[in-house]
Design a protein around this ligand. Sequence first.
Ligand code: AMP
Length: 283
Amino acid sequence: MILFKKAAEIRHWLDNQARKEKKIGFVPTMGALHPGHISLIESSRAQNEVTVSSIFVNPTQFNDPKDFEKYPITLEKDIEMLETAGCDVLFLPSVQEMYPQGIKNRMQYELGFLETVFDGQYRPGHFQGVCTVVHRLLEIVLPHNLYLGQKDYQQCMVIKKLTELIGMSEQIKINICTTLREKDGLAMSSRNMRLNTEERKIAPAIYQSMIMLKENLQAANLTKIKENGKSFLAQAGFKVDYFEIADARNLETVDEYDGKQKLVCLVAAFLNEVRLIDNMLLN
Ligand code: AMP
């Protein structure tokens, strides 16, 4: 695996690959890698001649400074995992390299409704930060295929919108990969490393709450099953930001289910200091 720290150097290398008409797959990450990330690398390897990954813990997407400070960093292990998975190139930029004009005076992206709900509502500025960094990464890597995890359902929609806003939606195909879970259903996440033994035992309740909801879903008013999900999590020890059912195509909240709409359940909840998110397609 080749490691680049400078945008100009990786771009120069990728220009050579482009001349040879190599298909480029890209997997952006914030590191602290787990098998979920590696599954994205594997998808990219199966469909592209060159797989590029990036590790950058983006300061502007953390609305809570404590969350940023405590974000796990396991660089040596990450490099080993990427190498074992057969990733070809790792881009490891500094903050200066990603924000050559500085962190202030950033471009604002017109994300509209998407930015007003769920993580947009509960983490102000988060998706603007995601867009800033993904925009820069896409312009540096110019991939044919981009690999994202369904684990971050709303983020996938935001990045799709971003590619439209920046005029790259024709050249970049977005591939959304299924969420990898631990045996007990907990969605793999870098933040799981921050859970203590007690919290780790409670954490799969998020998955259980969504399974219960899926099993009880009927064409009817959904208020009661949403409340049941929320109180199940509260009783398990979570502080719930949201436990919602939305239209899977546009994230509009659904209260009356007609039996036909494609639905997604979206959850964000704190276990003490650690915020976990998850989602499940319901039909
Ligand atoms: P992150 O490092 O958390 O920013 O994640 C980098 C990419 O990996 C994003 O596209 C995530 O959606 C994806 N990802 C994170 N967790 C999982 C998982 N459990 N299964 C599949 N993909 C994941």
